[in-house]
Write a protein of this length. Structure first.
Lengths: 193, 590
């Protein structure tokens, strides 16, 4: 068995899970560490539920086994609950405190839990809940929510914050570096409390 | 050597750049598309690259380039290989001069596909070698080997990564880029390139004679290897091998199969040294069948005796379960975990403002629930959620299925939907056939000017080539008319009134009626800076009837019994025309 640090990033297609994965991967390269990952591409990502696996120091396959993830990062409340069984006992959960209503709720009239109900169901994981939209907007771009959440989760990731920040600078569009750096730092400050 | 964190397909594309590639062709298909998408945007490429109209066209192009002595790559997804199967089978006879690597990416679990077929079966069928990587680094490294084997044996080589390789990431060591310096030159040799019966009988014999040395070479090249550690053994291939390596206890021998055909003699010697063998592989039991041929009385565990699944994809959890059931692990290291039940599903859906949704809405409004809606492969297959897709089988099959139903005696209206790229791929023949043979049906070409689902690759309807060179687009109208259709109307599906009128006119006529529902893909529009304004619901007027949310646009939700338009709105304005009380209008600029 390898001793990789396994992170599952979940959300909705288009929310930036792949950029988050790239930032983690690049940070691993800065530290000369191995990394494996798996992503959702193609039809499956059109506004659907998506999962990205990252295994820091991973040597073999890219997939994380349910019940073994060290960290679950979710860009959406409902998706955090959907993938919560991936978290190992005592694993850390960092979650955007916002739920995008699934369109299926209207077209198929499936019952929809409220945000507060989801928060209550997540309570047993003692999650770090973060208002990423507010913080990202304050940092200068509501599009930087993924970086805010990554900043908040950075305390639980076995990589130096400098490596992560370096990866953010390298990978976000040049015009948005300032906003994303601020987003990361503000997220990191939020995540400590 | 440089190390990068890359997607499997990006690593494969870079590996091609390292081999002095001279020619690249393919048809997009998940999970294969990113290889050409990387190769087509390289600055100053020393190779020719195209997105072809279908896989058969792509393979014939690449084969001919390889006949001219340059290295060629042809990419497709597994089901694309069915389309290219005709040239594939005989390319094994003619062989190649320059290396030809045919990448056919398999999709276990059918993440984004219509079936779970196995490219390795085609390798067996055609007697071509096939390389089967178990991870991103190996996928990269195998490309150079594939070209070398192709040139050594003068045979095309199949390269078969799976979704978990193509769309996995890893830290990859890359080599330096080698520029192609060869210019293609065709040497006439009818005995090689004209497969008349007299020639082909000899070519078939030559192909069969290559097999023995080929099997030996694949072992010598280290593509198939083993380590003896005890009296029991696990034999694994593909991504399954990496899951096994993560779980393998000490004292169990391990054999990794990375290439086919497998040398039976070599395999048999390994098998005979063990008391018990487990085979781990995705999809068809290709390795397992070979192991069973040579294992004699050594018990073999795998799919055939029910210990491993034929369908779906493997994962560390699935492999752990198989290894526990067969006694290779004393105790399963993973406790089973149940996901939270009864959560609202979040399947992929058509984008906010996607014009396919508007076309489906109009189509159902005119033809109703009882009409039959054959459809095809593309983003618009998601129209199943709107009750607008009754059949999907393979690329181009909406029109043919439609005409088949029409001629079966079925009397209800038949309305086929097919995307522009799919129509050009294999839809045209079906249209020609339907018109010529007098079918009664309506065909809606959902024309978004691009191959959208696989990541917006240009097709002959787009007006640019793979490398971005402008070129005159084909006229879908002219193509349909030359197939014999006389009712051919082009309409903007955002213009709901116009769309409904054209559909009504088609419904009244007999024969094959073609409607080209043409509008730019909403993602392409956004990327190219098209701004259509933002729409909002007047809560005073809104009655909360839900007509707009049943339309299924992800930009509309209902909160506290009032509809609301979110920031996802792209401004298509179709909902304005759907709202029965006129509560939706363009938002004034703030």
């Amino acid at each position: 068995m390898t001793k990789s640090f396994d992170i599952l990033i979940v959300g909705i297609g288009g929310q930036g899970t792949i950029l988050a994965s790239n930032i983690l991967g690049e940070a691993c390269l800065f530290e000369d560490r191995h990394v494996k990952g798996a992503e959702t591409h193609g039809m499956a990502q059109r506004g659907g539920s998506v999962e990205t696996h990252i295994r820091i120091d991973g040597l073999y396959g890219p997939l994380i086994v349910p019940g073994t993830a060290d960290l679950l990062i979710s860009f959406d409340l409902l998706e955090a609950l959907r993938y919560s069984h991936y978290l190992k006992s005592g694993g850390k959960m960092v979650v955007n405190r916002h739920m995008v209503l699934p369109t299926s709720a209207f077209t198929q009239k499936s019952p929809l839990p409220t945000e507060d109900e989801v928060v209550a169901q997540l309570a047993r994981f003692d999650p770090c809940l973060i208002d990423a939209d507010r913080i990202a907007t304050e940092a200068g771009s509501s599009l930087a929510q993924n970086v805010v959440i990554l900043g908040a989760a950075s305390w639980s990731i076995p990589l130096n914050a400098e490596s992560l920040l370096g990866a953010v600078k390298k990978l976000v569009p040049p015009k948005t570096v300032e906003a994303n750096v601020k987003a990361f730092e503000m997220g990191r400050i939020f995540g400590r409390t | 050597m440089e190390r990068h964190y890359l997607l499997g397909n990006e690593a494969i594309a870079h590996a091609c750049l390292e081999t002095g590639i001279g020619f690249v062709s393919g048809y997009p298909g998940t999970p294969s598309s990113e290889v050409i998408d990387v190769l087509r945007v390289q600055k100053d490429p020393a190779y020719y690259v195209e997105w072809s109209v279908n896989e058969k066209v792509a393979l014939e192009n690449a084969l001919a380039a390889a006949w001219c002595g340059i290295r060629a790559l042809c990419t497709m997804k597994h089901v694309g290989l069915n389309v290219a199967a005709d040239p594939l089978m005989t390319s094994a006879y003619t062989g190649v001069t320059g290396g030809l690597v045919i990448m056919s990416a398999d999709d276990p679990f059918a993440h984004s596909s219509q079936n779970e077929q196995d490219t390795r079966c085609y390798a067996h069928f055609s007697r071509l070698p096939c390389l089967d990587p178990s991870g991103v680094q190996e996928a990269h490294d195998m490309i150079a080997t594939a070209f070398e084997i192709s040139e050594e044996f003068s045979l095309p080589v199949l390269f078969r990564p799976t979704t978990r390789i193509c769309h996995s990431k890893g830290d990859v060591e890359l080599g330096p880029v080698v520029r192609n310096t060869k210019k293609g030159e065709f040497h006439k040799d009818p005995r090689q390139y004209v497969v008349i019966p007299a020639h082909t009988r000899i070519l078939h014999k030559k192909l069969n004679e290559k097999q023995h040395a080929l099997k030996k070479r694949l072992v010598e090249r280290g593509l198939n290897y083993y380590t003896i550690r005890g009296k029991t053994a696990v034999i694994a291939s593909g991504i399954g091998a990496s899951y096994v390596q993560e779980l393998l206890p000490p004292g169990v021998s391990f054999m990794k199969i990375g290439a086919y055909p497998i040398d039976e003699e070599w395999l048999g010697k390994f098998a005979q040294q063990h008391d018990k063998i487990l085979v781990i592989e995705e999809l068809a039991p290709v390795v397992e069948e070979t192991v069973r041929q040579v294992a004699g009385c050594v018990p073999v565990f795998g799919k055939i005796n029910g210990y491993a699944p034929y369908e779906g994809e493997l994962s560390p959890a699935v492999v752990a379960l198989i290894m526990t059931k067969t006694g290779f692990l004393e105790k399963n290291p993973f406790a089973s975990q149940d996901p939270v039940q009864n959560l609202p599903s979040r399947p992929p859906i058509l984008c906010a403002g996607c014009h396919h949704r508007a076309a489906f809405y109009a189509m159902k409004k005119v033809f109703g629930e009882s009409a039959i809606y054959p459809s095809d492969i593309g983003c618009y297959t998601l129209g199943i959620q709107l009750g607008a897709v009754d059949t999907t089988i393979c690329m181009g099959a909406s029109i043919t299925v439609g005409s088949g139903i029409a001629h079966s005696g079925e009397s209800r209206d038949i309305v086929c939907t097919i995307g522009d790229s799919t129509f050009l791929h294999t839809g045209i023949q079906g249209l020609m056939n339907a018109v010529y043979n007098g079918a009664n049906m309506t065909v809606i070409i959902l024309d978004n000017r691009i191959t959208a689902m696989t990541g917006h690759q240009p097709n002959p309807n787009t007006g640019i080539t793979a490398t971005g060179v402008e070129t005159p687009p084909v006229s879908l109208d002219a193509v349909c008319r030359s197939c014999g259709a006389t009712f051919v109307e082009t309409v903007d599906p955002y213009d709901l009134t116009g769309m409904l009128r054209v559909l009504e006119a088609a419904k009244k006529k007999t024969g094959v009626k073609v409607i080209i529902a043409k509008q730019m893909c909403v993602i392409v529009a956004r990327r190219s800076g098209v701004k259509r304004g933002v729409y909002a619901v007047n809560p005073e007027t809104c009655t909360g009837c839900g007509t707009c949310v049943r339309f299924g646009c992800p930009a509309i939700e209902i909160i506290d019994k009032k509809a609301r338009i979110t920031e996802l709105c792209s401004g298509c304005a179709v909902c304005v025309r759907i709202c029965p009380v006129g509560a939706i209008s363009r938002e004034a600029k703030k």
